[in-house]
Design a protein around this ligand. Structure first.
Ligand code: S3P
Length: 186
């Protein structure tokens, strides 16, 4: 019997987008991973995936509801499984939850399976951006004004050693998809 050819032959990279593989966008809540990710994916002609949305669709509830029902530890375990077990196409732009790179070996796993881009922003900028949408985020719900800025500053300090393991660190202020594409192609 003839051996079935296993797909060891990789598809030739598209000349236009150079077959960049999996591009994981990482960074704090409010850094614009989803918005920028969609734009970048459409620019490159790649599929866009948002791991928070995949988590919610899989569990049939919002992340807020999941936190309330099972707690953060259970969320982190499942979040890591979603990252590692998700079926990815050859090329895709993937937005990740703000805490994801900071648990287990998630950031190393992303670096081994694709490229990581850290969208870096200062605590005050993040707080301003999150002011209107923080109710959907269980970690921020109870914090306002200066206390929100302070909380973000402390969390960011804790998380930056993980975020800084990214292949590319991009200044998130006025960051465009075009600029990220340029950084990826360097
Ligand atoms: C979290 C960020 C959220 C979501 C969850 C926890 C975090 O994702 O995964 O609420 O720990 O920073 P976004 O960064 O997409 O808001």
């Amino acid at each position: 019997m003839m051996k079935k050819e296993i797909s060891s032959k990789k598809r030739a990279p598209d000349a236009k987008n150079k077959g960049l593989g999996l591009i994981f966008l990482i960074g704090f809540m409010g850094s614009g991973k989803t918005t920028l990710g969609r734009k970048l994916a459409s620019r490159l002609g790649y599929m866009f995936m948002d791991l928070d949305h995949i988590f919610e669709a899989q569990e049939g509830m919002t992340i807020g509801e999941y936190f309330a029902k099972y707690g953060e530890d259970a969320f982190r375990k499942l979040e890591s499984e979603v990252l590692k077990n998700n079926p990815y196409p050859e090329n895709a732009v993937i937005a990740t939850g703000g805490g994801l790179p900071c648990f287990f070996d998630n950031v190393e796993w992303m670096n081994a399976h694709g490229k990581t881009v850290y969208i870096k922003l200062a605590p005050k900028t993040l707080a301003d951006r999150l002011q209107n949408e923080k109710d959907e985020r269980p970690l921020l719900r109870e914090r306002h004004g200066e206390a929100l800025v302070q909380f973000i500053a402390e969390k960011l300090e804790e998380r930056e050693p993980f975020y800084n393991k990214a292949n590319i660190i991009a200044n998130g202020l006025s960051l465009t998809a075009e600029r990220v594409e340029e950084l990826l192609n360097r």
